[in-house]
Design a protein around this ligand. Structure first.
Ligand code: GLC
Ligand code: MG
Length: 562
């Protein structure tokens, strides 16, 4: 098995993790200073969101130079030191690769837009205004829309053509039908792989190719009456376009030139389409599985999805799970809102803990989002302070779309600015109001804290083959609110995970599985005595437990299950 299969990935949003130079923005030296913290989380790899030179219109997802470091974050020498320090602790480093678009400040684009006959003109997608009357800037080439709201075309008066962008207008899209573009991007990958980077998270990988004929996208018959224009069309000519798999195979081939490197693709697609991005074991090592972000917090629904996903995986396709990232509302906020019953959201009934138990016991690589280990929540940011271009461009959808709330500074301690930046500095986004109570230092000293619970989970996962590589078998206790499954592997102890997503307690009787007793290893509720022997027990609202079935070590034909 590879490190990216048995290991745990932890996403760092570098602007918000740790500032070392009092400018209010996190940086590489800040991350270096926190590597021991990360190591003690029992994670295996860090994925760092973009750190390249950028005008920061989309906070680094607008890359102006693929082969350097933004001075805000440090220097290439700082990066090399981060890599060496991480590797010396046994931590892998995954960079964010943003190949679909560049910044308008990338030299390719400044050349491209300089004249129609510039040799780099067709590195990007330029189109004439549509025929007709009216000023050229109003005659859009087609009906394509941006994910951030608005038309996907921006008119460039100097050369009289439009360029295409599916995100902010400062993020022009590269033309992968031009013979030089992919080779140039592959060289950018080699630049970092040669330095020792362990892999890439590839931004919007399924969008990289666009329809060669630039056809209008058809209406979406399922769109709600008040849907925004983007959702009123079906994205058949801008996403998953024919030829994309071949392009991804060529990217994968570059990773395969090196030992043990990996690529995880950012892909928001339904499961049947998602799994095609494994290819024949020759595309993404993993296409991100984001369904836990979209599904309601419901045991039956999630259990059905796990079965569906497990069933859809191609032979050799390794699963993965995600609860949140820098584009999604924090899981703690989401589940704390979704669970309604007396006593909820107390330490013993915190669904944020239950969500982490789910993520860290499923079969497949978990990707954790910074701060989730201490239960950080979305921080409400008023529109006047909003930084996120996606929200600023569609203020009417600001509540739904704003991504600042999940990007706020890490809460390290109770000092002014939470130890994220110097006390006199101004953090680039405001801190959570509750940071003096919810922070790493306070939780480190509290055996009942979320942080120590998270560390117990990751430690167990790391130690136990059944959890980090074993099979998945679902278990039905016949209770709608209870999601339960076995994790097993021949020759090792087996684990039974029982999660109560509902608001009432339930009796869990192991006899139902033909088991006399098991060992209670860990509960979301710090008050439950662990380890201890369990036979039948009451599982509280929002409680999850992990049980061990010892004595299964020598055989995979244990009585009972699976
Ligand atoms: C991805 C990133 C997101 C960014 C977008 C455009 O979805 O995760 O943050 O805005 O791509 O690069
Ligand atoms: Mg800084």
């Amino acid at each position: 098995m590879n490190w990216w299969q048995t290991g745990i990935i932890y996403q760092i949003y570098p602007r918000s993790f740790q500032d070392s130079d009092a400018d209010g923005v996190g940086d590489l030296n800040g991350v270096i200073g926190r590597l021991d913290y990360l190591k003690a989380l029992h994670i295996d790899a860090i994925w760092i969101s973009p750190i390249y030179p950028s005008p920061m219109h989309d906070f680094g997802y607008d890359v102006a130079d693929y082969c350097d470091i933004h001075p805000l974050f440090g220097t290439l020498a700082d990066f090399d030191r981060l890599l060496a320090e991480a590797h010396s602790r046994g931590l892998k480093v995954i960079l964010d690769l943003v190949p679909n678009h560049t910044s308008e400040e990338h030299s390719w684009f400044t050349e491209s837009r300089s004249s129609r006959d510039n040799p780099k003109r067709d590195y990007y997608l330029w189109r004439d205004p549509a025929p007709g009357d009216g000023p050229p800037e109003t005659r859009l080439p087609n009906n394509w829309q941006t994910h951030f709201g608005g038309d996907a075309w921006t008119y460039d008066a100097a050369t009289g053509q439009f360029y295409m962008h599916q995100f902010h207008r400062s993020q022009p899209e590269l033309n992968y039908r031009h013979p030089e573009v992919l080779p140039a991007m592959l060289d950018n990958m080699r630049f970092w792989l040669d330095r020792g980077v362990d892999g890439f998270r590839v931004d919007v990988i399924w969008l990289m190719l666009k329809d060669e004929q630039f056809r209008d996208e058809p209406a979406n018959p399922h769109a709600a009456a008040d849907a925004r224009p983007f959702d009123r069309i079906q994205h058949i000519y801008t996403a998953g376009v024919e030829g994309i798999h071949d392009l991804i195979r060529q990217m994968r081939a570059v990773l395969d030139e090196y030992d043990e490197r990996m690529m995880v693709g950012e892909i928001y697609l339904p499961v049947e389409q998602l799994v095609t991005y494994y290819g024949d074991g020759d595309e993404c090592h993993m296409p991100f599985n984001f369904q836990l972000i979209n599904l309601p917090w419901n045991a039956r629904v999630i259990g059905d999805y796990i079965r569906q996903y497990e069933g859809a995986l191609p032979t050799g396709g390794w699963p993965n799970w995600v609860l949140g990232n820098h584009d999604q509302h924090r899981i703690a906020t989401r589940v704390r809102k979704e669970t309604e019953f007396p006593g909820r959201n107390s330490v013993s009934g915190d669904p944020a803990r239950l969500a982490q138990m789910l993520l860290l016991t499923l079969r497949g690589t978990p990707t954790c989002y910074y701060g989730d280990e201490i239960g950080m929540e979305d921080v409400p940011i008023p529109l006047e302070q909003c930084m996120d271009p996606a929200a600023l461009q569609q203020p009417e959808l600001f509540e739904v779309w704003g991504r600042d709330p999940e990007r706020t500074p890490m809460q390290w301690d109770a000092s002014p600015n939470a130890g994220f930046t110097a006390p006199e500095a101004t953090p680039w986004l405001p801190l959570a109001a509750d940071y003096r109570a919810r922070n790493v230092a306070a939780q480190a000293d509290d055996p009942a804290s979320m942080l120590n619970f998270f560390r117990a989970l990751t430690e167990l996962r790391r130690a136990e083959p059944a959890l980090n590589r074993g099979d998945y078998h679902d278990v039905d206790f016949g209770i709608d609110d209870v999601l339960a499954y076995w994790r097993t592997t021949p020759g090792s102890d087996w684990y039974l995970v029982v999660l109560n997503l509902g608001g009432a307690s339930h009796l869990i009787d192991l006899a139902r599985l033909g088991i006399a007793e098991a060992q209670m290893m860990l509960s979301t509720d710090p008050a439950r005595v662990t380890p201890g022997i369990a036979t039948a027990f009451s599982l509280a609202a929002n409680e999850g437990v992990i049980l061990r079935l010892p004595g299964s070590s020598d055989t995979d034909t244990q009585d009972g299950y699976p």
